[in-house]
Design a protein around this ligand. Sequence first.
Ligand code: F6P
Length: 324
Amino acid sequence: MEKQIRRIGILTSGGDAPGMNAVVRSVVRTASAYGITCVGIRRGYSGLIKGDVVDLGARSVDGIIARGGTMLYTARCLEMLTEEGLHQAADNAHYMGLDGLVVCGGDGSFRGAQALSRLGVPAIGIPGTIDNDIVCSDYTIGFDTACNTAIDAIDHLRDTMQSHERCSVVEVMGRRAGHLALEVGVGCGATAILLPEREIDFDSMIVDKMKANRIRGRKHHIIIVAEGVGHAQDVADRIHAATGIDTRVTVLGHIQRGGSPTVRDRVMATRMGYHAVRILMEGASNRVVCSHNNEIMDYDIEEGLAMTKDLSQELYEVSQTVAI
Ligand code: F6P
């Protein structure tokens, strides 16, 4: 049964991710197609608490599908964790006449959506983070673009590492999750990948491997370190001390969060934005949109966040086998 939805809000929250603009566009256009008005809320939940909003029509999102970042700005809003902030946000949503709210961000952002739903503001989460660490979804918006950006940078590094016969230690983002590091490591043919989720025996899995590879004729090495593992410089120092190989460190940092989204991110963002509006129209609240085997579906937020998602063991084993 379709519910009468007249006006919805959209916000982006937490760390930005390429494809967030495509989500905004899809939500606004889908709403518009069904005669629903849409307001953009600036700077995540801070904008909801302060009432910092902008009306968005189908034409106001022209061209943003190709742009990185988020036209709505984003923030990590600590005030939302307080009772006062939360109630202010809910009161403002009611005052603005919002029949629903779409929140694009990570798990912290979904907790806010859950709390608002309990206060009578039907809220739907869409996973937007380069970390791909939303447990109930195979995929989060921004991941593919971030991987490609990192691979492109590492391809540049490889040229100079090859010329100097050096080892390149590259730190990629991911404080708590190694999905990005693993995907990038496999994609660039890394000798070793250090992940927060996996123990590594430094001597056998890095030093001995590098020495053996050198005997086999390999002249350069790429080691990928996920941010959450520790300092890339420490890893580089240990490698140099144990092998004598000239080693350099590159921290890719926020470069990975920017850039025009890939087709995968644009399409996923568009499908997920559409789904979010459709389920709001069906009367849903407190749901997180996700993808499973390329099918778009949704879960109760509590249920979705309680699931577990490990790194792909298959990919990890592949990475270890081919890095000789
Ligand atoms: O969650 C996305 C992410 O880019 C992580 O990979 C990284 O650890 C963190 O955000 C960095 O956050 P900030 O932009 O606040 O420094």
